[in-house]
Design a protein around this ligand. Structure first.
Ligand code: ADP
Ligand code: MG
Length: 327
């Protein structure tokens, strides 16, 4: 059996350049460039809560980093460094080879793609739990936030929403997808693509931004409450894939589209005069960008999010998004 030290050496210690001190000491030392500020965020994936215990380890390694990259995207930050705190069940430590080979491969591959360096972490025995902390750089005072939405702003989303939720419903046997549909939706669930480049470019164009991890309604709701604004959304304009369109307008599909979660797309608001610049940016980055509604000034005590259906009827949603404490 490998010692803790050997395990870290074998699976996680990779050469890192450009920092004063990496893995192997009590702490890593990083040196942000002059004029930069650091964006720091942590996301934990807990077995049984965020993923099935038997999830493919390559995809798990990938997703553990992808969800953190998505937080950097939402801030417009350039992801630079990560730490990885792992609790591994004894069974995985004893039969470490295939699981850790695949987990670390998924993690390192995505890290290389984004030029992010693993600079430290922690490894213990315990129920499977994967905690990643990510550190990114932004130019001083130049980042996105949830709180800048203004009345009249367009509300935009990137990509398509709801496929990951369809994939999860398929896994839970609440819905039966064809093999081809399942392959696509499970890929969206297991290997989300964080919109890192888009986030950085939106700093100049957007008033507010968030990444959609808990569902559109919940996450747009955060923009509204942080900004003290209300909003309207036209359900028909919320972008769904060809697969999603086959299941609409069933209640289950509408729920996946608006409140499914695990999308890791960006939702942002921007003044109308930036519409053509944003459309151009979408074309340049080859990321579909869609206007789904408008920010309105808040009239009542709480921000209001009104969703209109095809006939102009107000839609009342049963499920408003994923909440770890109430779901
Ligand atoms: P300490 O006991 O001082 O907390 P550890 O023995 O836990 O240090 O870790 C030794 C070194 O290995 C540290 O630099 C730590 O950051 C790094 N490390 C531990 N676990 C991981 C991991 N899963 N991935 C990357 N680096 C790790
Ligand atoms: Mg120490």
């Amino acid at each position: 059996m490998l010692s803790e030290f050997d395990l870290i050496q074998r699976y996680f210690n990779r050469p890192v350049t450009g920092i004063p001190l990496g893995i192997g000491d009590d702490a890593a030392i990083i040196a942000p460039k002059p004029g930069k500020e650091l964006a720091i965020s942590t996301d934990c994936l807990v077995a049984g809560q965020h993923f099935f215990e038997n999830t493919n380890p390559y995809k798990l390694g990938y997703k553990a980093l992808a969800v953190n990259l998505s937080d950097m995207a939402a801030m417009g930050a350039v992801p630079r460094w990560v730490t990885l705190a792992l609790a591994l069940p004894r069974s995985l430590i004893d039969h470490h080879e295939s699981w850790l080979d695949e987990f670390s491969r998924g993690f390192h591959e995505l890290a290389a793609l984004h030029q992010v360096s693993l600079i430290g972490g922690d490894t213990t025995a315990g129920p499977l739990n994967i905690c990643v902390q990510i550190i990114g750089e932004v130019n001083q005072g130049r980042w996105l936030r949830r709180s800048g939405a203004k009345p009249g702003d367009d509300i935009w989303v990137s990509g398509c929403l709801g496929d990951a939720a369809l994939g999860l419903k398929h896994q839970l046997r609440e819905l039966v997808l064809t093999d081809e549909e399942a392959a696509h939706c499970l890929l969206a669930l297991d290997m989300p693509s964080a919109r890192v480049a888009l986030g950085q470019r939106l700093i100049e164009l957007a008033h507010s931004a968030i990444d959609i991890s808990d569902g559109l309604v919940a996450d747009l709701g955060h923009i509204l409450s942080c900004s003290g604004q209300s909003a309207t959304v036209e359900l028909e304009t919320v972008p769904g894939s060809e697969i999603m369109k086959r299941y609409l307008p069933s209640t289950l599909a509408i729920e996946c589209l608006t409140a499914g979660g695990d999308d890791y797309e960006l939702c942002f608001t921007a003044p109308k005069e930036n519409q053509s610049a944003i459309r151009q940016l979408g074309q340049e980055l080859k990321v579909p960008l869609t206007i789904i509604g408008e920010i309105k000034s808040q009239k009542s005590q709480k921000p209001e999010l009104i969703i209109y259906g095809i006939k102009g009827e107000k839609i009342v949603l049963e499920k408003k998004g994923y909440d770890h404490f109430t779901s």
